[in-house]
Ligand binder design. Structure first.
Ligand code: AMP
Length: 405
């Protein structure tokens, strides 16, 4: 008999609903042992459903019931729930935690989702039109499927609500700030996880001047002092700062005016370019948004995309170091940082002026500490785990909710 049939007890389900995907994970309480991680991709098209059990190394592809591929998030979630019922039927899901990209200026901590919270989140859709509607669709689908169990929203922006006005405003007329046009910063759940790991692993260093570089398909960097975020490269939207897989990163707003006035492009066309056709993909001439493909390519455009990427990462390390007037710890996390020996090495070489001395061998071996003994700045490579942060908050708030009822 499979190990999964022995699993029993209560669990937290985490859901991260993107534009055409739902990532999910199941954690047994109270220890939060992660037993399943999985993903439904290509919702509305050629959808696939894959799961990985903590007890196995291989990924399993799940067949759709009656061969019917889900056409929307609700259908995808109901397939997921049906599969959970069948595969881990002795596990009772007691709460669902959702990743919500935008919490606006108001939400500085995870929240139990009530009708009132949901109404407010709907007003935030204009601030993150490419992410928030899918996050909310995931919540609605889960509410319909799970009935009355607590549903918790965990916001990517919440971690950065510690910034001062100066670190969050733009130099445009002030009434825009009052309407919510300011820097929000994203990837907060990842930063929270890494900050917590730092506190445990290097408690003395963790409260000093720290930069965390989260470089994955999306990419941003955050400066922390005393364990709280003081600045982030991402701003009003998830477009700003570093170039990403398909997003442009830092850009002169004049370019957008040019696209409108001289290329006749409307907002939809420009959004499509900036979010989906730019970054590594755009600069590599459409070759790929995946760093692995670019690293393996000999073409000039791929090499230039990588050069630009490294230049921007170095530039932001310099900028955030200047803002904090120093740097003590630099952490690399996210798919690119965690896996690419070359990117870590290229970013960290020639950074002695900041006090960074790379240990080439430790970097090559993929060790946690990748700076050498003489480096004034401690450089680390740490794996991030946003799902675990969601699970922790969800358990905490669900307990409070259950104690009240
Ligand atoms: P994430 O969004 O954090 O899951 O990161 C996904 C991205 O990590 C992919 O799109 C790749 O660009 C990058 N990545 C994953 N593995 C590697 C690798 N071995 N070398 C370089 N980049 C990688």
């Amino acid at each position: 008999m499979d190990i999964q049939n022995h699993l029993h007890g209560k669990a937290i389900l985490t859901i991260n609903a993107g534009s055409s995907s739902i990532k999910f994970s199941l954690f047994l309480v109270p220890q939060l042992n992660q037993i399943i991680v999985g993903q439904i991709d290509g919702i509305g098209g050629d959808a696939s459903f894959k799961v990985k059990w903590s007890t196995k190394n291989t990924e399993e592809t799940i067949n759709w019931p009656n061969g019917c591929k889900p056409q929307n998030h609700r259908e995808a979630l109901s397939c997921l729930i049906e599969w959970l019922h069948q595969s881990v039927n002795a596990v009772e899901i007691i709460a669902v935690g959702h990743r919500v990209v935008h919490g606006g200026q108001k939400y500085t901590a995870p929240m139990i989702i009530t009708d009132a919270v949901m109404q407010e989140l709907e007003t935030l859709m204009v601030l993150a039109p490419l992410h928030e509607p899918h996050n909310l669709a995931g919540i609605k689908a889960a509410q319909e499927s799970f009935g009355n169990i607590p549903q918790i929203a965990c916001f990517d922006t919440a971690f950065h609500r510690t910034h001062s006005f100066i670190d969050d405003c733009y130099a445009i007329p002030r009434y825009f700030y009052d309407k919510g046009v300011c820097r929000y910063g994203f990837h907060g759940l990842s930063y929270e996880y890494i900050t917590d790991r730092l506190m445990h692993m290097f408690p003395k260093e963790a409260s000093k001047k720290v930069i965390i570089a989260h470089l994955g398909n999306g990419a941003s960097m955050t400066a922390l002092h005393h364990g709280v975020s003081v600045a982030s490269t991402m701003g009003f939207s998830s477009l700003d700062g570093l170039p990403m897989g398909t997003r442009c990163g830092e850009i002169d707003p004049g370019v957008l005016l040019y696209m409108m006035q001289h290329e006749g492009m409307d907002a939809t066309a420009i959004a499509n370019i900036l979010y989906k056709e730019s970054g590594l993909k755009g600069l590599s001439g459409g070759l790929s948004n995946d760093m692995r493909t670019l690293e393996n390519s000999d073409c000039l455009e791929a090499k230039q995309a990588i050069e630009y990427y490294i230049k921007e990462v170095k530039r932001e390390i310099g900028a955030l170091t200047a803002l904090m007037a120093g740097l003590d710890v630099l952490v690399f996390t996210g798919g690119i940082d965690e896996n690419s020996v070359m990117i870590r090495a290229r970013v960290l070489r020639d950074m002695s002026w900041v006090g960074i001395e790379l240990d080439e061998e430790s970097n090559l071996a993929g060790e946690t500490i990748i700076s050498d003994d003489h480096s004034r700045v401690l450089c680390l490579k740490l794996h991030t785990d946003e799902e675990r942060v969601i699970a922790r908050h969800t358990l905490e708030l669900a307990k409070q909710e259950m104690a009240l009822n």
